[in-house]
Design a protein around this ligand. Structure first.
Ligand code: SAM
Length: 214
C-alpha cells in the first residue's frame, strides 16, 4: 500500500467517530452494545481502503463487521467508502494495530477473522511480521470463539505457502483451499482493492479457510 501523507487524516477520522470508533478498549467484551444486537462479529485485519468490508457489510446485514487499519491516511479512504455506501449500521472501523487485538477484544468477542492481501514480508528475518505467523494465529485464537475461523486471500504464492504450513503446524483444520479463486469465482466473492488489481493482471488469487480445533 503506497502511503500518501495526509496531515488532515487525524481530524477527518475524529469527525467521523461514529464510523471509526475512537476508544475501542472501552468496548472490550461488550461489542454487542455498539451494534445493539446479538449478531456474529467478523473482523478484517489490514482492511486498507475498505472495499471488502463495506461490500460484506452491505451483502450480509445480519453480521456485524469491523475493519482494522493501522494507517490513518489509508483509513480515510475506508471512511469515504463507508459514507458512499450509506454508512451501514453493521460496520465500524478501527484505526489501530492488529497486533494489539487483545486490548480491544476478549476471548469469544469475534466469530471470524478475515485477512486479505496481507503484506507478504518476503525476507525470512521478517517472518514474524506476517499476519499468518504462529504468534498472530495465537492472538486471533485469543479473541475468537471456540472453533473460530480465519478466511485468507492473497496473490502472493510465498505468503500462501507459508500460511498453509503455519496454520497446519498450529493444528488448524484447513477447510477450503483454492489455488485459483477466480477460476471458480464463487457468487458471494467480494473483491478487495488488491484483488481487483492483481486479478486484472491475470495473476491467480489464492484463498483458504482455516478453523481452530476444539
Ligand atoms: N486488505 C486490503 C486489500 O486487499 O485490498 C489492503 C491490502 S494492503 C497490502 C495491507 C493493509 O494492511 C495495508 O493497508 C496496511 O496498512 C494494513 N496493515 C498492515 N499491518 C497491519 C496491522 N498490524 N494492523 C492493521 N493493519 C495493518
Amino acid at each position: 500500500m503506497r502511503l500518501r501523507n495526509k496531515p488532515w487524516a487525524e481530524d477527518f477520522i475524529k469527525t467521523h467517530s461514529t464510523i471509526a470508533l475512537p476508544d475501542p478498549e472501552s468496548y472490550k467484551g461488550n461489542w454487542k452494545s455498539v451494534f445493539n444486537n446479538d449478531n456474529p462479529l467478523h473482523i478484517e485485519v489490514g482492511t486498507g481502503k475498505g472495499q471488502f468490508i463495506t461490500g460484506m457489510a452491505m451483502a450480509n446485514p445480519h453480521i456485524n463487521y469491523i475493519g482494522i487499519e493501522l494507517y490513518g491516511s489509508v483509513l480515510v479512504s475506508a471512511i469515504e467508502n463507508v459514507l458512499e455506501a450509506g454508512t451501514p449500521a453493521n460496520l465500524k472501523l478501527l484505526n489501530v494495530d492488529g497486533s494489539k487485538l487483545k486490548e480491544f477484544f476478549e476471548k469469544g468477542d469475534v466469530d471470524r477473522v478475515y485477512l486479505n492481501f496481507s503484506d507478504p514480508w518476503p525476507k525470512t528475518r521478517h517472518a514474524k511480521r506476517r499476519l499468518t505467523h504462529a504468534n498472530f494465529l495465537r492472538l486471533y485464537e485469543d479473541v475468537l470463539v471456540d472453533q473460530g475461523e480465519i478466511h485468507f486471500k492473497t496473490d502472493n504464492r510465498g505468503l500462501f505457502e507459508f500460511s498453509l504450513v503455519s496454520m497446519s503446524q498450529y493444528g488448524m483444520m484447513l477447510k477450503d483451499v483454492s489455488l485459483d479463486l477466480h477460476a471458480e469465482m464463487p457468487e458471494d466473492n467480494i473483491m478487495t482493492e488488491y484483488e481487483e488489481k492483481f486479478s486484472a493482471k491475470g495473476q491467480p488469487i489464492y484463498r483458504l479457510e482455516a478453523q481452530y480445533k476444539a
